[in-house]
Write a protein that binds this ligand. Structure first.
Ligand code: NAD
Length: 481
């Protein structure tokens, strides 16, 4: 029953955030927001049109005239104020991610925290950037690129908004944010929180609408100098192509099909749970999810037994329950996408070790899928090559260390990877041969100053820390004769 939107008690978000104020949407189209946990309409949101987008760009352009000349001390103060404002709403931000997206609370909380902390990390990074360099009669300064359009995906919308905003503001840019239209409730909480920071008008503007409308206007508009995008390869390609007409600078954070290499000296009682956590991160709807597990043929049987046992602790269910490891998929469309890949895997001859098609027993309502592990997977199968963006793990057996590296790199993607083994020197040697933007050794770990981004089809450019800020800067040289 998805018609509950007619119920007057349902909240409708009718405003966007432009020039420091919540303003009524010029766009009249309204979208239902559906809970992925129970399929009920929980809110509605007005979608912005091109006119709303142009107003937001104009506000950002006016603000850039002043903010573009700000000092790093002023930017540091702004980043600190944003951090304090966002921190004050940590519980609400987490609750919105659980309610609207179905993110499991055990993952939603740290991901929101990581967004909130991105402001502090950017403040720290300001100190490491060589803003001015001089030699002989030459002076090189790093200048903000201009108005930036920030476009986010639905799987960690709050994190992406905070992270991109932190980097842009740190660089001295003003921004127009186009959040995922599937994240309108979460966006509302973030914007209410950030509004409390009391920033100069127009410094950040937020217009929620469709990618083909708001996103396309940002990409086409000559007053936008840079697009920082997180989303799919197909849309990323379009942004690069269409942005060329106005010579846009682009940062593209795209998909992944990340390998986890389990070396033959790994301690399986720790290695298997670590590998499964990486595979089912954010219910498998994570660009970095380690969805290809490469295991030594010599230990295949014991690894299969270990996976079967460990999967018992990966419970599916209510995302608000702290014990739940895997929540629902974000939408019916995403549910069907995951089902179609599970079917494809079976058709191509992979064997279902755990999970399979359909809803888990007792969870027929809501977009729940069975966390699924395939074995007997060859790396050239569709399920090993394409990003599924759901809790589906492919176990691929390898003979030698060299073969493991070759399989890991045999992918159009190169975002993230993991190496698990007891001999650290050996794990480092393997990590050094993997062509991806990040490799973690032995477990998921993070460093907010380390770059994030992809080789190959996983994207262009980097985020986080000074790398993230530098993506919003242009070097400028002044030479005296
Ligand atoms: P998507 O590409 O469908 O949408 C992403 C954003 O782009 C949304 O805000 C959407 O409205 C907008 N958009 C759509 N068409 C557009 C257009 N023509 N012009 C401008 N903007 C447009 O992706 P999604 O389904 O929201 O997210 C899932 C994808 O994101 C996956 O492929 C995943 O791997 C990727 N992702 C990457 C990272 C990373 O850091 N590399 C992180 C999270 C998600």
């Amino acid at each position: 029953m998805k018609t509950a939107a007619k119920n007057a008690s349902i909240k409708t978000i009718t405003t966007h955030y432009i020039d420091g104020a919540f303003v009524e949407s010029h766009g009249r189209e309204v979208m239902d927001i559906i809970s992925p946990t129970n399929e009920q309409v929980i809110a509605r949101a007005a979608l912005a049109d091109e006119e709303d987008t142009r107003r937001a760009i104009a506000a950002a352009k006016r603000a850039f005239a002043t903010y573009g000349r700000s000092t790093t001390e002023e930017r540091a103060k702004i980043l600190r104020a944003l951090h304090e404002a966002a921190s004050a709403r940590l519980d609400d931000l987490t609750a919105a991610m659980v309610e609207e997206y179905g993110g499991v609370v055990q993952f939603a909380r740290p991901i929101v925290e990581s967004g909130v902390n991105a402001f502090l990390a950017a403040e720290q990074a300001l100190k490491e950037i060589p803003w001015t360099r001089r030699w002989n009669k030459t002076t090189v300064t790093l200048e903000p690129v201009g108005v930036a359009g920030l476009i986010t995906a639905w799987n960690a919308n709050t994190l992406f908004i905070c992270l991109k905003l932190a980097s842009a503001v740190g660089a001295g840019c003003t921004v127009v944010i186009k959040p995922s239209e599937l994240s309108s409730l979460q966006t509302r909480v973030v914007v209410e929180a950030l509004h409390e920071a009391g920033l100069p008008k127009g410094l950040f503007n937020v217009v929620t609408g469709l990618g083909s409308v708001v996103g396309a206007e940002l990409v086409r508009n000559p007053d936008v100098a840079k697009i920082s995008f997180t989303g799919s390869v197909a849309v990323g390609e379009g942004i690069m192509r269409d942005g060329a007409a106005t010579m846009k600078r682009v940062t593209l954070e795209l998909g992944g099909k990340s390998p986890t290499i389990l070396l033959d000296d790994a301690a399986l009682d720790q290695a298997i749970p670590a590998a499964l956590i990486m595979a089912f991160l954010n219910s498998g709807q994570a660009c970095a999810a380690g969805t290809r597990l490469l295991v030594p043929k010599s230990r295949l049987d014991e690894i299969k037994r270990g996976i079967r046992d460990a999967m018992k602790t990966f419970s599916v269910g209510d995302p608000a329950d702290p014990k739940t490891a895997v929540g629902p998929m974000v939408s019916q469309k995403q549910y069907e996408r995951v089902q179609s890949y599970i079917r494809k895997g079976i058709e191509e001859g992979a064997e279902v070790l755990v999970g399979g098609e359909g809803h888990p027993h007792g969870l027929e309502t809501g977009y729940f899928v069975k966390p699924t592990v395939f074995v007997n997977v060859r790396n050239d199968m569709t399920i090993a090559q394409e990003e599924i963006f759901g809790p589906v793990l492919c176990v691929i057996a390898y003979g030698s260390e060299d073969e493991a590296v070759q399989i890991a790199n045999d992918s159009r993607y190169g975002l993230h990877a993991a190496v698990i083994g007891t001999d650290l020197q050996r794990a480092r040697r393997v990590a050094a041969q993997i062509r991806s933007g990040r490799v973690v050794i032995n477990n998921v770990t993070d460093d907010p100053q380390a770059p994030w981004g992809g080789f190959k089809y996983s994207g262009v450019g980097r985020e986080y820390g000074r790398y993230g800020i530098e993506a919003f800067l242009e070097p400028k040289a002044i030479l005296e004769s």
